[in-house]
Design a protein around this ligand. Structure first.
Ligand code: ATP
Ligand code: MG
Length: 255
């Protein structure tokens, strides 16, 4: 089992989009995927067709972090082939404070993932925040994906995330490589767009996915429809890109 954490403190960069559609792509390729929704907003939960208010706290990712439930007891089936969900709960909003009081609290998710699970790939969707919940997800990870929008302002969070991952690597998780950057919402029409992509590839050499997600209307619409891009419109440009991304991810994981 491989654990992939999707993080960026900046909001609205495509973390949830990546978690859900990458999981769906892996599921369709015959792998068993699990999405863990750590964001109290519960967007990944909703996207996978589960109504957040119908998930009791004791069957949510909050319960796992709070040590009140074992991960296998929280797994929900979704309408996406091969994709299971550990759903979010509103109580996640206070989990960071509850966990943050001692070092033990940083390893809860890693320990929970030590259970024998019928899963090949775990995708952890982080909230746009820092703190103990995101730390748990980074410590549990074999790989971190950082989506960024191809806009200059969006790059601000990257340096900080790289530094946090480096700290996690040196203190707790020797095998953790630097975050892999996924360029999202790329138009590529203007010279500025292309310059930003060049800049990212130079600055973070070897750390950027070849696959670049373009702006794609169906990808926006499929969230409202609560379906992955593969169920919503499998002929969409972004569906092909998520299939490529899944292959590239497996390559990176040496799987
Ligand atoms: N390449 C794209 N083309 C079109 N729409 C996109 C694309 N990427 C993301 N979006 C849309 O942008 C919005 C933000 O994306 P998403 O929710 O995945 O970001 P996020 O990083 O998870 O946000 P948050 O930090 O709030 O959790 C969503 O409505 C999503 O559908
Ligand atoms: Mg999100």
């Amino acid at each position: 089992m491989r654990v992939v954490t999707i993080a960026n403190e900046k909001g609205g960069v495509g973390k949830t989009t990546t978690a859900v559609n990458l999981a769906a792509a892996l599921g369709l390729q015959g792998h068993r995927a699990l999405v863990i929704d750590l964001d109290s907003q519960g967007h990944a939960t909703q996207w996978l067709g589960v109504t957040k208010s119908q998930v009791p706290a004791e069957r949510s990712s909050y319960a796992v972090l709070a040590g009140q439930a074992a991960l296998p007891a929280t797994l929900l089936r979704t309408h996406e082939e091969g994709v299971l969900l550990c759903a979010a709960h509103a109580l996640l909003a206070k989990a960071a404070l509850e966990l943050g009081s001692n070092v033990e609290g940083l390893f809860v998710l890693k320990d929970a993932l030590g259970a024998d699970l019928p899963i090949d790939y775990v995708l952890i969707d982080c909230p746009p925040a820092k703190g103990a919940v995101v730390f748990n997800a980074l410590i549990a990870a074999d790989l971190v994906i950082a989506p960024v929008l191809s806009q200059a302002l969006s790059l601000e969070g990257l340096g900080e995330l790289s530094e946090t991952v480096r700290r996690v690597q040196s203190r707790y998780s020797r095998h953790l490589p630097p975050p892999l950057i996924l360029i999202n919402d790329y138009e590529g029409r203007s010279a500025a767009d292309r310059q930003i992509q060049e800049f990212i590839r130079k600055q973070f050499e070897g750390q950027v996915f070849r696959t670049v997600l373009g702006r794609d209307a169906p990808l926006r619409e499929c969230f409202a429809a609560r379906e992955s891009i593969f169920r919503y419109r499998r002929t969409a440009r972004s569906a092909a890109l998520f299939r490529e991304l899944a292959h590239e991810l497996m390559e990176r994981l040496g799987a």
